[in-house]
Structure formats: structure tokens, C-alpha cells
Design a protein around this ligand. Structure first.
Ligand code: ADP
Ligand code: ASP
Ligand code: MG
Length: 450
């Protein structure tokens, strides 16, 4: 059972989490929790401020301390446990202050340091949630995921190493579960074999749940969040969004990859490989049936199932009249992105040019410099990818026409269709993204009866 940031955002919410776990004690749950909502953002913001030598890190430390003290005070009444936890919060926040001072003084913020800083939210939250559960009479025990979930050293988006992870998760967690204990682990954080703290990328607690679940003989992985499951679109953008009772692994992966924040993109893989059912459930509405991720889609072929979108995308155009069709050109372009470890989302090519999108702007200047010798390079920033996800798109006549008609006068910069049977994606200016999403939703999901 994985509980996201909003599910553990306050003392009241954490009590709700304990209830959900209590109801399932007979199923022998293992619990994974995110940081309290907003804390990871604050930790990273503080790191940037320290790096830029700007004021504000002190206030951030105070806020983080206060949020956690408040949660502890609202949850743990046993004096000894409360004092121990409050001291633990203070100790981690003091460590954070020292890190910020270090970053400020050295004027250096490596991905490794940033991971040590951004890991603090989950280090705090899992201890508090475990203590709250004990206070509420559950046999819970905090277990640090570092040392269990083992990754490479790609700080900021580390990849799990399945053999050591599986061995350690089994060795540490199975005996606990067998004796009736509920282990409570931090999501998002992991470590290298050498014990250096890593993180799995933003939103990575879902991934942690899938990695830990896949390493154990579990029946199901439950992702508890703040919406009723996977909906036809982000309900924050379109009120008319509808819950999808079942979504296939392929559809869910595609949605997640193209920006539906409800699931971390990599979550599905470890679970698929083991054939484990993944459910998305709502802590705020625990009796709602939620969404079940199934192996194959039950939806009729040719139907649109959901819309996802992703902002802050950059489009890179490389044109080279003499070279494009020449042998090796595309390979050279890809090799540059590979070298900068920057994934490409969409690709479109013409006789003399190639356009690509990336959502990680960090390496863009360096990539641009490396691409320059290959042709004329231009970059469009502040773009968005909008994706229609479904089944059997390639065999469906009229789908693209319907989509473009719905978009009306919104300017489409790039299209990608046919790479997979389940996705039709296009790029618009970021400012037009929400409008585009609403128009598509009205066309594809608000016309037919539910
Ligand atoms: P958690 O903290 O539980 O991990 P997230 O904020 O990461 O929660 O993900 C849940 C959010 O995902 C929802 O509040 C919703 O706004 C957003 N979301 C985006 N697309 C979808 C979708 N298609 N279905 C459901 N939620 C979506
Ligand atoms: N706390 C981390 C984040 O905000 C991981 C997560 O919530 O899944 O990205
Ligand atoms: Mg999330």
C-alpha cells in the first residue's frame, strides 16, 4: 500500500492512512509513504536558494520543522514517543540546515548533494507515519528503504538494480511481515551498493511501491492518492473527467509517460513483469472502487480512453539540407542526446530536418552546442505535448480528423502518430495546452453517454 503526499499531508490524513491499513491487516500489508505534501518541493527550492546564495533557506527549514512538529503533536500523545520523534525531526532539519550552509559556502550543488537533500522529506514522513500507527495500536515499524532498494548512481533519477534489491527486500521485509509487523518504508529514496543516498525521480514513491512489491510475493499493489483512480483526464483541468474502472498496463504507462501525474511512468514495469495487479484508490473516498490496471484493455479497439499532457517541453529543430538522408545523420543526432542522458519524447522527420522534444531542459545548452556542427539548430521553449491515449488507433479511420476538428484554431507545432497503436500526440504552445485538452475532452468523452 503506497500513500502519496496528500494522503500523509496532515495529522488527520495520516490517521486516515492508519485506518486503511487497519482494515487490511489480515492481508499483511507493507506500507510505502511519500513526503508530506509540498515538502519535496520546499527541500529542492531551499537547495536552489542556497546554491544561488539567496536568502530564504532559514525560513524553509523553519517551515519544514513546523509542519512535522505539528504532525507529530497531532498524532503521538505518548510522551516518550513524542519526545523521541520531535528530537528526530529536529535532528534531520539540523542536518538539512548544515547541508544548505555547505551548498551556500561551496557554491556547488551536485546531483548527489541534491538527492541527499530531497530525500529528507521521506526520511521524516515514514518515521512519523510508523509512530502514528503504533500509537493507534497497529504493529507498525519504520524501515529505511536505503540499503534495501539498491540503485545505480544516476542521482536524481536512479535506476534500481533488481538482483540486490530483491535479495535485500526479501531478507529484511519477509521476516517482519511473517511475524505480523507492518513495515513502513519511505518511497522515492534508495541507495547505491555503497550506501550513498539516491532518489528515483520526482513522483518516485509509486516506483518504490512497485519495486518493493515486485520483490515480494505480493498479490496486489495499491497506490492510494487524492483522486478516485485514473480518470479520462486530470480532474483539476476538466471537471467532467470520468473514472476509468480498468486501464491496461500499456495505456497506463503511456498516460503516465505523457504527463498524467497520477502514476510515476516507470511504476508499471516491475509489476507487469510479475503479473501483479495494480490498483489506484482514493484515501479521501476509500470506498470508491478505483482503477484496476489490467494486462490487456477491456475497451473496444479504436476508442480514445484518456488524455494526458505535459508542459515545459522544448522542441529542438535540426535542419541540414545536405545531410539528413545521408547515412548516419540520425544516429549522430541520437548519440548526442544519449551522451547527455536526455530522453527524447516525440520525433518527426522530413527530407531535410528532424524535430525532437525533450522535457528536461537541464542539458539543453550543452546539447545545442553539440548539435551545432550537424546543421542549423533552433529551440522552441515553453511548449506542451498533448496525448490522446487509447487502443487500436492505427486501424481507426477518422480519429485524427476528429481531433484536429476539435482543436479548431489552436496551432499545432508537431504531431506524432503511428509509433504505437495506443497514442496520438501533438505539440502546442504551453499557453494553449489546457484549452486544447478541454476541447479534446469535450469531443471524445463528453458526447457519448458514460
Ligand atoms: P500522490 O501525492 O498521491 O502521488 P500525485 O499528485 O502525484 O499524487 O498524483 C495525483 C494527481 O494526479 C491528482 O490529484 C490529479 O490532479 C493528477 N492527475 C493527472 N492526470 C490524471 C488522470 N488522468 N487521472 C487522475 N489523476 C490525474
Ligand atoms: N516526495 C517525492 C516527490 O514529491 C516522491 C513522491 O511523492 O512520489 O516527488
Ligand atoms: Mg505521485
Amino acid at each position: 500500500m503506497k500513500f502519496g503526499g496528500t494522503s500523509v499531508g496532515s495529522a488527520d490524513r495520516i490517521r486516515g492512512v492508519a485506518e486503511r491499513v487497519r482494515e487490511r491487516l489480515a492481508l499483511r500489508p507493507v506500507v510505502v509513504v511519500s513526503a508530506l505534501s509540498g515538502i519535496t518541493d520546499l527541500l529542492i527550492k531551499g537547495a536552489r536558494l542556497a546554491y544561488e546564495r539567496r536568502a530564504g533557506t532559514e525560513a524553509i527549514c523553519q517551515e519544514i520543522r513546523a509542519r512535522h512538529h505539528e504532525a507529530v503533536a497531532g498524532l503521538v500523545t505518548a510522551r516518550a514517543a513524542r519526545d523521541r520523534l520531535t528530537a528526530h525531526v529536529d535532528q534531520i532539519v539540523n542536518e538539512l540546515q548544515a547541508f544548505y550552509v555547505g551548498v551556500h559556502n561551496l557554491g556547488e550543488l551536485s546531483p548527489r548533494s541534491l538527492d541527499a537533500i530531497s530525500a529528507m522529506g521521506e526520511r521524516l514522513s515514514h518515521e512519523i507515519v510508523a509512530a502514528a500507527m503504533v500509537e493507534l495500536g497497529l504493529p507498525a515499524q519504520a524501515v529505511d528503504a536505503r540499503g534495501l532498494v539498491i540503485t545505480d548512481d544516476a542521482f536524481g533519477r536512479a535506476m534500481p538494480l533488481s538482483a540486490p534489491t530483491e535479495a535485500r527486500v526479501r531478507e529484511r521485509l519477509l521476516p517482519l511481515v511473517q511475524q505480523g509487523t507492518v513495515p513502513v518504508l519511505p518511497g522515492y529514496i534508495a541507495s547505491t551498493r555503497e550506501g550513498i543516498t539516491t532518489t528515483l525521480g520526482r513522483g518516485g514513491s509509486d516506483y518504490s511501491a512497485a519495486i518493493i512489491g515486485a520483490a515480494l510475493p505480493v498479490e496486489a499493489i495499491q497506490i492510494w492518492t487524492d483522486v478516485d483512480g485514473i480518470l479520462t483526464v486530470d480532474p483539476r483541468i476538466v471537471k467532467q473527467a470520468r473514472v476509468l474502472p480498468e486501464v491496461s498496463f500499456a495505456e497506463a504507462a503511456e498516460l503516465a509517460y505523457f504527463g498524467a501525474k497520477v502514476l510515476h511512468p516507470a511504476t508499471i514495469k516491475p509489476a507487469v513483469e510479475k503479473g501483479i495487479a495494480v490498483g489506484i484508490l482514493n484515501t479521501l473516498n476509500p470506498t470508491a472502487p478505483g482503477t484496476l490496471i489490467t494486462e490487456r484493455s477491456a475497451a473496444p479497439s479504436g476508442n480514445a480512453r484518456a488524455i494526458a499532457f505535459k508542459k515545459a517541453i522544448s522542441v529542438i529543430l535540426i535542419s541540414q539540407p545536405r545531410m539528413l538522408m545521408a547515412y548516419g545523420f540520425v544516429a549522430r543526432v541520437f548519440e548526442i542526446f544519449d551522451r547527455h542522458r536526455t530522453p527524447i519524447d516525440l520525433i518527426a522527420t522530413s527530407e531535410v530536418s528532424i524535430s525532437l522534444t525533450v522535457d528536461d531542459p537541464e542539458r539543453l545548452p550543452a546539447i545545442e552546442a553539440d548539435l551545432a556542427p550537424l546543421g542549423e539548430v533552433s529551440i522552441l521553449r515553453g511548449m506542451a505535448i498533448v496525448s490522446l491515449v487509447g487502443q487500436g488507433f492505427v486501424r481507426q479511420a477518422g480519429l485524427a480528423a476528429r481531433m484536429f476538428t476539435a482543436l479548431g484554431d489552436i496551432n499545432v507545432v508537431m504531431i506524432s502518430f503511428g509509433a504505437s497503436d495506443v497514442n496520438l500526440s501533438f505539440v502546442v504552445k504551453q499557453d494553449h495546452a489546457e484549452d486544447a485538452v478541454r476541447r479534446l475532452h469535450a469531443e471524445f468523452f463528453e458526447k457519448e453517454p458514460a
